[in-house]
Design a protein around this ligand. Structure first.
Ligand code: GSH
Length: 226
């Protein structure tokens, strides 16, 4: 099988980039990765990214944007799909992927909340989201059971954020979610997930979180690095 040349345009902390990188590693697809600074992107970036976001996959220099189309494309051009074959299960997986996107939105809001009422609401919302996941996730090790899927590539970066949060303070997101906790452990131990972040990831995340002009930022400043 002759594959095109792939370059993933990335940002070190981006969970949407990580899901695409996990797919590249899971599918053994040779690729280059170029990290850019989103605060000061190179001029060519605007030409390949209509929404001015990463990830962008350059396929023989042709750009593909949005993480889920990228993940599904990588899955489809290589043998052995990581989506369930049953159409209903596949649609369900896609729906729970969207749920994961919502958890990411809430997590960013949680990092950036400036007032106590919003912060408390977000903590309650996130707890609720993980408790709902607990009811639907398989007994493991992965979302669908034995087989690692695209949905696992989506949730690994979400759980990576929350594993880091937990090292600063325990917001009790996972007190009543033993299945989600086992799922997290399986995902964070997965080689593709470990390879999906650069070596500087933990230091970069520590800097990013402590810089937040927010209640969370204030709470963790002065605490030990992740
Ligand atoms: N829906 C997009 C979301 C990607 C996204 O939000 N990327 C962030 C970084 S994690 C970004 O590029 N933001 C642009 C900016 O911060 O200027 C996807 O799934 O690819």
């Amino acid at each position: 099988m002759v594959l095109p040349h792939f370059k993933l345009v990335s940002f070190a902390l981006c969970p949407y980039v990580q899901r695409a990188r996990i797919m590249l590693f899971e599918k053994n697809i040779p690729h280059d990765t170029e990290y850019i600074d989103l605060r000061s992107p190179p001029p060519w970036f605007l030409d390949v990214s209509p929404l001015e976001k990463v990830p962008v996959l350059l396929v023989d220099d042709k750009p593909l944007f949005e993480s889920m189309p990228i993940c599904e494309y990588l899955d489809e051009i290589t043998p052995g799909s990581l989506h369930p074959t049953d159409p209903f299960k596949k649609a369900q997986n896609r729906a729970w992927i969207e749920y994961g996107n919502d958890i990411l939105d809430l997590t960013y809001q949680f990092f950036n909340a400036k007032d106590e009422t919003t912060f408390k609401r977000l903590i309650a919302n996130l707890r609720d989201r993980f408790e709902t996941l607990e009811e639907i996730v398989d007994t493991g090790p992965f979302f669908n059971g034995e087989t690692f899927g695209i949905i696992d590539a989506v949730y690994a970066p979400i759980f990576r954020f929350h594993a880091a949060v937990r090292q600063y303070a325990d917001f009790k997101f996972f007190d009543d979610t033993p299945k989600v906790t086992r799922w997290t452990e399986a995902l964070l131990a997965r080689p593709s997930a470990q390879q999906s972040v650069p070596e500087s990831y933990e230091t970069d995340l520590d800097t990013y979180l402590k810089k937040r002009n927010s209640l969370f930022g204030a709470r963790i400043r002065g605490q030990a690095a992740v």
